[in-house]
Ligand binder design. Structure first.
Ligand code: BGC
Length: 441
């Protein structure tokens, strides 16, 4: 049996990612809380992981004991700016102590400034549809970055603007008052303006800041590669879902199947690219699905499915995503800002982690500038419209008692982080079923 270790470069960041609403609990002043109370989600966030009540300490201990040297978390706009004209200095102080807490544990923080949640007052003004949305966001960013800059210089302006816009304004599963592709387009355009304004503001405040955003990138393949209609649909869906932010940051023009929007100030506004990768979609022409521009997205029946079939385990896709990023932005550092799987029983997670990290290693060995990997997530947390029905944590959570439950993946990921690599022994121990794929003789 071959014995080997896939080593990563010195200084590689190994972490986990979380977001405020999903872990803090009692975020009563944002649009998601309202959406939950109005019955749109499978359960409510409630106390979540009770980080606002102080349990971040024990979870940061778990991250540190697990050898993690980085953590990505988000701050909650609705706590920091509860009304348009007030700032909550205590909330900022709380985030400062969380950042100190990470530093004290030897963990480099990456702070996300917007992760799907908006203050209620902003939502009531139609949120990112509003002409002044970018200005309002910039004001919040300036205040927050100025307050936190002592402990953090690694910023992610906006998480998955494409998912935010499409899940809300097209699919209607995220908080929204209206639906329409044109509204989703407008929302993404305003988010781009907000991102660009934040990028400049952060650099003004902090010279050595590294600023980027996290793109939910979906590689896609056509159902039948010989079918012109499937290929056409694949391209429409691919561009519609993936390309709004990347095109505008490359060229200053946001491209979309609904038309192009000039946003010249967006050009060049990233110091790194954050890639959130989960799976690959197959696209088929479907005349009965006008809502999604006549394309149907699915996973093939013989996929290696996660517990609720939300994710198909397709590790090659993370390599392809990195390759796409390098071709689009040569030399720009890349961070895998999210990658993970829902799996309450931890049956698939060990192989999902090992296989994806193996692909990241392949990318690094092509000299692709991948600098870090953040597993989603540290502990089970509130999964938006899917509530508590999906469990992405290395650690499980008993929502009633707040007890953390150790899954085998905790130890696997800790061994990877501590070794700065993935070894044949680890694969043999935690996911022998993929040994031959990862260590062929
Ligand atoms: C989001 C996370 C979410 C994860 C798993 C990502 O799209 O950024 O907030 O929990 O997917 O569903």
């Amino acid at each position: 049996m071959p014995q080997a270790t896939y080593h990563f470069p010195r200084g590689f960041l190994w972490g986990t990612a979380t977001s405020s609403h999903q872990v803090e609990g009692n975020n009563t002043n944002n649009q998601w809380w309202k959406w939950e109370q109005d019955g749109h989600t499978d359960g409510t966030s409630g106390l979540a992981c009770d980080w606002w009540g102080g349990r971040w300490r024990e979870d940061f201990d778990r991250a540190a004991e697990g050898g993690q040297n980085a953590h990505r978390f988000s701050v909650e706009w609705s706590r920091i700016q509860p009304t348009p004209d007030t700032w909550d200095e205590d909330a900022l102080e709380r985030y400062r102590s969380m950042l100190r807490g990470l530093r004290e544990r030897g963990i480099t923080p990456m702070v996300t400034l917007h992760h799907f949640t908006d203050p209620l007052w902003f939502y009531e003004m139609d949120g990112w549809e509003h002409d002044e949305a970018a200005v309002m966001f910039e004001k919040f960013v300036r205040k927050t970055v100025d307050a936190l800059k002592e402990y953090c210089s690694f910023w992610c302006t906006i998480n998955e603007p494409n998912v935010y816009a499409l899940s809300g304004y097209v699919a209607g599963v995220f908080p929204t008052k209206r639906r329409g592709l044109n509204i989703a387009l407008r929302v993404q355009a305003n988010m781009l303006r907000g991102h660009a304004a934040a990028y400049r503001a952060i650099h003004e405040i902090q010279k050595d800041a590294r600023v980027g955003y996290a793109l939910h990138y979906r590689p896609m393949v056509a159902h039948n590669s010989w079918s012109p209609l499937d290929r056409l649909m694949r391209n429409i869906q691919y561009n519609g879902i993936n390309m709004a932010f990347p095109s505008a940051i490359s060229t200053g023009v946001m491209k979309s199947p609904m038309g192009n929007v000039r946003i010249p100030e967006a050009k060049g506004t990233q110091d790194y690219l954050g890639v959130n990768y989960y799976s690959v979609d197959t696209i088929k022409f479907d005349i009965t699905n006008p809502k999604e521009l006549f394309g149907k997205r699915y996973y093939p029946d013989d996929s290696d499915f996660s517990a609720t079939k939300f994710i198909a385990n397709i590790p090659q896709g993370i390599f392809d995503s990195i390759k796409w990023a390098v071709r689009t932005y040569p030399d720009l550092p890349i961070y895998i800002t999210e990658n993970g799987v829902e799996d309450a029983e931890d049956k698939m997670r060990p192989r999902y982690i090992a296989q994806h990290i193996h692909q990241v290693w392949r990318a690094v060995n092509f000299n692709f500038p991948v600098k870090g990997y953040f597993y989603w997530s540290l502990v089970d947390n509130f999964e938006w419209e899917r509530g508590w029905t999906q469990r992405f944590g290395l650690w499980g959570l008993d929502v009633e008692t707040q007890k953390r439950i150790k899954r085998p993946s905790v130890d696997l990921y800790a061994e990877i982080c501590k070794e700065n690599g993935l070894s044949s022994e680890m694969v043999q121990k935690y996911c022998p079923e993929v040994f031959e794929k990862l260590f062929p003789v």
